[in-house]
Ligand binder design. Structure first.
Ligand code: C5P
Length: 322
C-alpha cells in the first residue's frame, strides 16, 4: 500500500496503468514459473497455450475472481485518494469479516463461535496496531513515531494530531470525501472476501498447478484492467503517456503489488481465505519489532502492545478451534 505516499509525486501516475502493469508482471512471473516447471522452451510454450486456450469453460470460471480482483484493486486506489492511509487500513480490515462470510456462503464452510470471535478480535487487534503507527498518536507520553517500513503512515497526516475541523476543510478543498473513500473501501472488502473464497475453490478443487492457475487469473485480469484503463483514461494516456508520473516508488509499489498478489494465491491454495488475513498483521508487527531491535526507530506504545496481543490471541483461538 505505497499508493497514497507515491501519489504525492509532482506528476500523478495514472492508477489504472499501475493496476494493468501489475497484472502484466504477474503474467510474466507465472510464465517464468511454468518454464521452470516444464524445463524446456517447447514444453513451456505448449503448457502456456493449453492453460490459456485449452479449456474455455475453466477460463470462464476464472473470470469471476479476476473481475472481482480488478474491481478491488481499482477501488483501493480510489479509496486511498479520499482517505488517509491509517483510516483506509482500519476500514479495510473489514475484509477479514467479509472473507469469513464468503467462506460460509460460497464454500459452505461452517465456522464455530470461537472462530467468529477470533476473527473479530483479529480485526480489532489490527486496527489498534494500525492506530499505534499513526504519527503523533495521542497516547500520552509514550507516543511512537511511525516505523520506517510502514509507508502507509506517511500519508496519515490529515486526520491526526491537528485540528479535525481544519483537516476536514483541507480534505474538502482538495476534493476528498471521506464518505466516498469509506464506500470504496467497503466495496474492496466485499470483493476481497468473495474473490478469496472463489479463488480458494478454484485452487483446491482442481489439478491445475498454482502457476497455471495464476496465469489464467492474471491473463484475464490484464484484459479487464487494460479495457478499464483505455475506457477511463484514454485522454490522459494520449497526453502524458503510459509511464507518466512513474517514480522509483511507483515501480516499487507495482512490483510489491504483483509479488504480494502471487503470494496471496499461494496462501489461498495452502491455507484458506480467512487464514491468509493473519499474514499481513503478523507481517506488520514483525516489521515494527525488527525496526525496534535494529535501530530503535520504532518504540512500541500501549496500543501496539495491546493490538499485538490481540492478534496473537486471535491466531491461537483460530487455529485451536479448527
Ligand atoms: O487484500 P486481499 O488479500 O484480498 O488481496 C488479494 C490480492 O491478491 C489482490 O490484489 C489480487 O489481485 C491478488 N491476487 C492475485 N492472484 C491471485 C489471487 C489474488 O494477484 N491468483
Amino acid at each position: 500500500m505505497l499508493a497514497s505516499a507515491s501519489q504525492r509525486a509532482p506528476t500523478r501516475y495514472i492508477n489504472s496503468t499501475a493496476v494493468t502493469l501489475s497484472e502484466v508482471l504477474k503474467v510474466a512471473v507465472s510464465v517464468l514459473a511454468i518454464y521452470a516447471e516444464a524445463r524446456g522452451l517447447g514444453g513451456a510454450a505448449r503448457t502456456v497455450l493449453a492453460t490459456l486456450l485449452g479449456s474455455p469453460a475453466e477460463l470462464l470460471r476464472v473470470c469471476v475472481p479476476a473481475l472481482l480482483y480488478t474491481i478491488q484493486n481499482n477501488v483501493i486506489y480510489a479509496a486511498l485518494a479520499h482517505l488517509d492511509a491509517v483510516s483506509f487500513q482500519m476500514a479495510y480490515q473489514l475484509k477479514i469479516v467479509a472473507a469469513m462470510l464468503a467462506q460460509r456462503v460460497l464454500l459452505k464452510k461452517p465456522a464455530s463461535y470461537a472462530r467468529w470471535v477470533s476473527v473479530l478480535i483479529l480485526t480489532l487487534g489490527v486496527c489498534l496496531v494500525q492506530l499505534s503507527l499513526k504519527e503523533g498518536d495521542g497516547d500520552g507520553g509514550d507516543a511512537a513515531p511511525a516505523p520506517a517500513p510502514a509507508p502507509e503512515a506517511a500519508s496519515a497526516d490529515e486526520g491526526g494530531s491537528g485540528d479535525p475541523a481544519a483537516a476536514a476543510a483541507a480534505a474538502a478543498a482538495a476534493g476528498r470525501s471521506r464518505t466516498l473513500g469509506l464506500l470504496a473501501c467497503l466495496v474492496a472488502c466485499g470483493c476481497s472476501g468473495l474473490a478469496g473464497a472463489f479463488m480458494e475453490l478454484l485452487l483446491k478443487g482442481s489439478t491445475l498447478s498454482l502457476p497455471r492457475r495464476n496465469l489464467q487469473v492474471a491473463a484475464i485480469s490484464v484484459l479487464i484492467a487494460a479495457f478499464h484503463m483505455l475506457n477511463r483514461d484514454a485522454d490522459a494516456l494520449r497526453a502524458g503517456g503510459f509511464f507518466q508520473g512513474y517514480t522509483p516508488l511507483v515501480w516499487a509499489m507495482v512490483a510489491l503489488d504483483a509479488g504480494g498478489g502471487l503470494l496471496v494465491s499461494m496462501l489461498l491454495k495452502y491455507s484458506s481465505a480467512t487464514m491468509k488475513n493473519f499474514a499481513a498483521p503478523i507481517g506488520i508487527i514483525l516489521n515494527c519489532l525488527l525496526s525496534f531491535y535494529r535501530d530503535k526507530s520504532f518504540k512500541p506504545n500501549k496500543r501496539f502492545l495491546l493490538g499485538t496481543a490481540m492478534v496473537i490471541l486471535a491466531l491461537g483461538m483460530y487455529t485451536a478451534s479448527g
